[in-house]
Design a protein around this ligand. Structure first.
Ligand code: PAN
Ligand code: ZN
Length: 182
């Protein structure tokens, strides 16, 4: 498909061929507060985020997708995506903020960086950097991501170790602290 329509105000894309829904039960092991997560799952297993994407798999092609990351916390940690490296590590990505507010957390080896995102923010994720988004606001955090068709997603590395930093609410403020499990 060549042409699409993205409602920039609402962050809703008209056409997509891939929809991924991540519920609380899909996020086991990603948050420090396992008990809080299990409680949340028992209490109705809410959706944490959804991704609506147009995908192409070949080298030279592009994929693009809208992520809708809902607001909330598990323990002190804000709702976040799983986060990944690209399977082909030398593939970069572009993130564009559409709605709400959040952080993009990036990591390469032991180096960690994070960037605030809101409507209009453009972040270039260079090759070799793992990336995860975090909703630090009270409404949906929505962004568009554009990445190479053959990038692929390696979730295993992050699922095992996490990122070196986690994003928590402390005394009503957003705090980026060392991940004690890392
Ligand atoms: C994004 C992410 C999306 C969901 O489209 O895939 O925000 O995050 P996870 O894939 O980490 O669950 C992207 O970075 N694609 O490459
Ligand atoms: Zn990516």
């Amino acid at each position: 498909m060549i042409e699409n329509y993205l409602d920039l105000e609402r962050g809703i894309m008209e056409h997509w061929n891939s929809k991924v829904v991540r519920k609380a039960s899909d996020m086991r092991g990603f948050y420090l507060a396992n008990d809080a997560l299990e409680k949340m799952i028992e209490g109705g297993d809410p959706v944490i985020y959804e991704v609506y994407a147009v995908t192409h798999e070949n080298e030279g092609e592009l994929c693009y997708g809208v992520t809708v990351l809902h607001p909330g916390k598990v323990g002190d940690e804000f709702f976040m995506t799983k986060g990944h490296y690209h399977e082909k590590r030398d593939r970069g990505e572009l993130y564009i903020g559409l709605r709400g507010r959040g952080l993009l957390l990036m990591q390469k080896d032991e180096e960690v960086q994070w960037y605030e995102m809101r409507r209009g923010t453009v972040i270039y994720v260079p090759p070799y950097w793992a990336h995860r988004s975090i909703n630090t606001g009270t409404e949906d955090f929505v962004f568009l991501a554009i990445y190479p068709g053959d990038a692929g997603h390696d979730y295993g590395t992050i699922a095992e170790k996490g990122f070196a930093k986690i994003v928590v609410e402390k005394e009503g403020r957003v705090d980026i602290i060392k991940n004690p499990r890392y």
